[in-house]
Design a protein around this ligand. Structure first.
Ligand code: FAD
Length: 383
């Protein structure tokens, strides 16, 4: 009989929702706690690769997700006056399948909604483990006891901080900060974008469809910066200072940034840990092994990690020690490969504006088959 059935998942992002789906599938009883008052709808476009498509297929989500494919075409590299000097092939920036993250989250939630208990607008506050379970207190709700706790709460994971130690031990900056926000599509882009590069900086505006909205991203290379992550005003001032005096559409983008309701800012970083579990607490997705946006692999890691973690728990009949070891053994080479891609992507960022030759070479090197030898997806029988 499977034991350790009551699992608390912190975070209803890609990893947490996928895990709720798979744990229920294997006969566990997941509870999901999400700090936001509801599922997060916004976000940039994310791409999937290789084996992640197999996981979606096993969840019967591949076709609905394919229907959301942004089908991005090539984009334009532009100079300070907005003149196109090169073409950025779509193969360089979109994977096997690219979808808006908010739409993906909505579909995953629809699939996992009836498979778990959801606590929105709350967060874990303290965690105490003993031989038989995990006592958790919450910022708002009453304390509860679970068999297992899974931290799927992203790069700045509260679970990781509580069970493993503070962020500076595990989060490694790749030296790039990024701001993202939506804005009116005043350039009239459709399934394309424009990208402007100057030394140590890059800015882009992309539009997936013709709904009148576009997404802007402003990236800059920098040393470690000290700021309050939750103070949008301070973050926007930092971005505006870095991009002051730049050409192309930058002045307009900075104006739109201050009006945006979905402004997002963070450092591009990786999470590097010797182990992803501590007794009854385990980490999943960005919380445990973020590969950084420059890898383009984080969503695939989150989905595959959830599938493997739930499958190993089922296979080990809830013996969490055995299951967490097997999960780590299966995932570690895959994560190592992706984190190397993330670091290479960050190094490329520090190149000056690339020539057409370099862009064509990058497109030619984008593998048609993005499957890897670094992971095998077992067929875990439902229990
Ligand atoms: C700019 C950018 C572009 C990207 N592009 C790509 C791409 O093209 N392809 C790709 O594969 N990946 C991409 N990624 C990475 C991808 O978004 C992540 O790797 C992926 O979403 C990881 O999922 P996750 O569930 O682990 O974390 P997240 O998606 O970060 O979800 C974490 C969840 O936990 C919640 N949470 C946080 N703290 C708490 C708390 N204390 N209590 C409760 N809940 C909490 C959050 O609200 C959120 O819902 C990109 C990331 C960024 C930032």
């Amino acid at each position: 009989m499977t034991t350790n059935k009551k699992a608390l998942i912190s975070g209803a992002g890609i990893a947490g929702l996928a895990l709720a789906y798979w744990l229920d599938h294997h006969g566990f009883r997941p509870t999901v706690i999400e700090r936001a008052p509801h599922i997060r709808h916004g976000g940039y476009a994310v791409d999937f690769r290789g084996e992640a498509l197999d996981v979606l297929d096993r969840m019967d989500l591949l076709e609905p997700i394919r229907a959301l494919d942004t089908e991005m075409g090539d984009a334009a590299m532009v100079d300070a006056d907005g003149r196109q000097y090169a073409t950025l092939p779509a193969a360089v920036f979109a994977g096997d399948l690219e979808v808006p993250k908010g739409e993906l989250t909505r579909l995953l939630y629809a699939a996992a909604q009836d498979r778990a208990e959801y606590l929105f607008g709350d967060s874990i506050a303290t965690v105490e483990q003993d031989a038989d379970g995990v006592d958790v207190t919450f910022e708002n709700g009453p304390p509860r006891r679970f068999d297992l706790l899974v931290g799927a709460d992203g790069l700045h994971s509260r679970t990781r901080a509580l069970a493993f130690g503070s962020e500076e031990h595990f989060v490694r900056s790749l030296g790039i900060h990024t701001a993202i926000f939506s804005l009116p599509n005043y350039l009239g882009l459709h399934r394309t974008g424009q990208l402007y590069v100057s030394p140590g900086k890059a800015a882009s505006m992309f539009a997936e469809n013709s709904d009148g909205r576009a997404r802007a991203a402003l990236h800059f290379a920098s040393e470690e910066l000290a700021y309050d992550r939750h103070d949008s005003g301070e973050l926007q001032r930092i971005v505006a200072e870095r991009f002051a005096g730049e050409g192309w559409e930058i002045p307009r983008l900075l104006t739109e940034m201050r009006k945006a309701e979905d402004f997002w800012f963070d450092v591009n970083a990786q999470v590097v840990m010797d182990t992803w579990s501590r007794s009854r607490v385990v980490l999943l997705g960005d919380a445990g092994y973020c590969a950084a946006p420059t890898s383009g692999r984080g969503t695939s890691q989150a989905l595959i990690g959830a599938y493997v973690l739930a499958g190993e728990l089922a296979q080990a009949r809830g013996n969490h020690t055995e299951a967490f070891t097997a999960y780590e053994h299966a995932m570690r080479p895959f994560v190592t490969e992706h984190q190397a891609v993330g670091r290479e992507g960050a190094e490329r960022f520090f190149m000056s504006a690339p020539t057409q030759e370099v862009l064509d070479m990058l497109a030619a090197n984008a593998p048609e088959n993005t499957r890897t030898e670094a992971i095998r997806l077992p067929d875990y029988a439902a229990h």
